[in-house]
Design a protein around this ligand. Structure first.
Ligand code: HEM
Length: 497
């Protein structure tokens, strides 16, 4: 018998059979780039660690930085589109979306990623995933000019299609709920109002923040265009850094929030209890909306030209944004699990462990956002340590759980519990071992983004990088097993729909 969820409520939005079929087909199509690009980008990350461990000295420093750029931007982009595809799949039961917006996002993403691959892997563009100005347009002969243009254009294409996609989801929500209702203000004030699933509140908060970040990216790209076409001589480096981090910080956090939102909606199907909106849940997520936009200041602590007050705001809001949302989400997951007969499957285990990974990585991030610690940890391996934790063993698990949920449901092929559990434990055990080597590197003050560690003070970095390779191999084994299990179901489902 299929292990597919049995508690699914009837959809509030009626779709025709044709609409349903094409929406399902597109959800399944999104799975294909996911299962191709995830292991590819892991292999790129593995190459970086192999270079740092001196096992792959053939990789030049220039090639190392182009790989860092592709791996970083590729992973962030991949998990943004993956979480958005999952959100669109889940939200269809509450609101009506336009299929063309999802198609524009799909085709635009394929185009943008192809351009990124060309600029980094062929053109060796290597300014890093957040391409800080002026390095981003000052190659000093390391990469050709064309790769700068292709890289910036790729970001432009991705920015435009993701804006359309995010705006469409918000538009769909606005057709059913007023802004106040979607944000759950009636829960906070205690006034009467319609029942709004917490998932809707989280998606609304996240996508409003996302549009803010995308506008910031558009302004930044326009400033690049003015400079590259000779209309302006030079841009203000501090302004460019603020615009970049407003965008980058929001994008990364939104992936996390949307992934948590999926847990609010999908995990209850396995726990057998509903996850209702409440004063605390709506209140916490509204705080996120207020503070997420200014918390990015914590990325600029080292910029002495930034006002001290702004730095202080960065520290206070980092706590204000992280604690309420994480507490209600983790508490909610535990409350749903406590004394309930959870059906432990690939999806529910991944979601549960993903929430815990968010908690672990979040604590690492909060430590780093505290000015007193940041003076020690800034640009050490502590930084990739915390964000790889809340991604790889946090958001990624939640998203993979949702993808499996959809593929299992649409294919009708029941789960193989042995293979599922093996895949999960390989990813989780390998993942924690891999990030532990980053944390230890941070604790030993080993700088991040070094192609190799030759100085004797940081030679332990070489050893940690080599040990990380063992854990990465374990993660890869788990990822391939996951892809096997999900891929088969995806292909069968594609034939059915
Ligand atoms: C097993 C999987 C992964 C491996 C082996 C891996 C490996 C690495 C390595 C070695 C670095 C460079 C660290 C340094 O600064 O010295 C890096 C950077 C990075 N990784 Fe990963 N990673 C993995 C998964 C992920 C995931 C799931 C994400 C999701 C967003 C991600 C996003 C990034 C980003 C944004 C950077 C920073 C790039 C930059 O500094 O410009 N990685 N990764």
């Amino acid at each position: 018998m299929s292990d597919a969820p049995v508690l699914e409520a009837p959809p509030a939005i009626e779709m025709t059979a044709g609409e349903e079929r094409s929406a399902n087909r597109l959800t399944l199509l999104w799975v294909i780039p996911l299962v191709i690009l995830f292991p590819t980008f892991i292999l790129l990350g593995m190459t970086l660690r192999a270079r740092q461990s001196e096992l792959l000295p053939i990789v030049s420093a220039e090639r190392f930085y182009s790989i860092v750029t592709m791996h970083g931007l590729g992973m962030v982009g991949l998990w943004f589109v993956a979480v958005m595809a999952c959100v669109c799949d889940v939200i269809r039961k509450y609101v009506r979306l336009r299929m063309w917006a999802n198609w524009v996002a799909f085709l635009g993403t394929v185009t943008g990623v192809t351009m990124l691959l060309a600029s980094t892997m062929i053109g060796e563009y290597g300014a890093g995933w957040y391409f800080l100005y002026p390095l981003s347009i000052t190659p000093a002969g390391v990469w050709p000019d064309w790769s700068t243009y292709v890289f910036l254009l790729a970001n432009g294409v991705l920015g435009v299609v993701w804006t359309i996609w995010s705006a469409d989801v918000l538009w769909g929500i606005a057709q059913r709920y007023t802004l106040k209702e979607a944000l759950g203000w009636h829960y906070v004030t205690g006034k009467p109002g319609p029942e709004v699933p917490p998932f809707i509140t989280i998606v609304t908060v996240s996508l409003i923040a996302n549009l803010t970040g995308l506008v910031s990216a558009v302004i930044m790209l326009a400033l690049y265009a003015l400079e590259l076409t000779g209309i302006t001589d030079v841009s203000d480096a501090l302004l460019m850094k603020n615009l970049l981090f407003l965008f980058g910080h929001l994008l990364v956090n939104i992936i996390m929030y949307l992934a948590a939102g999926l847990v609010y909606d999908v995990y209850p199907l396995y726990a057998g209890r509903p996850w209702k909106n409440s004063r605390w849940t709506a209140g916490a997520w509204n705080l996120v909306l207020v503070f997420i936009i200014i918390a990015y200041f914590h990325h600029l602590y080292m910029d002495f030209a930034q006002y001290d007050t702004v730095q202080l705001i960065g520290q206070v809001t980092s706590y204000a944004v992280a604690i309420p949302s994480a507490v209600v989400s983790i508490y909610g997951t535990l409350a749903l699990t406590w004394r309930s007969r959870v059906r432990w499957t690939m999806t529910s285990i991944m979601m549960y462990l993903g929430m815990m990974g968010w908690c672990v990585g979040g604590i690492g991030a909060l430590i780093d956002s505290t000015i007193a610690f940041n003076t020690k940890f800034h640009n050490t391996l502590w930084v990739p340590a915390h964000f790889h934790t809340y991604f790889l063993v946090g958001a990624v698990l939640m998203i993979l759980g949702t993808v499996f949920h959809a593929c299992e449901h649409l294919s009708g092929i029941p789960e193989n519990p042995k293979r599922s559990r093996l895949a999960i434990w390989l990813i989780v055990a390998g993942g924690y071992g891999f990030v532990l080597m980053f944390y230890l590197g941070g604790a030993f003050s080993i700088p991040r983004r070094y192609a190799f560690y030759q100085h004797e003070v940081i030679s332990s970095g070489t050893y940690l990088a080599g040990t990380a390779l063992v854990f990465i191999t374990v993660v890869l084994a788990g990822v391939f097993l996951y892809i096997w299990e999900t891929g088969i179901r995806c292909l069968v489902a594609l034939k059915k729909v």
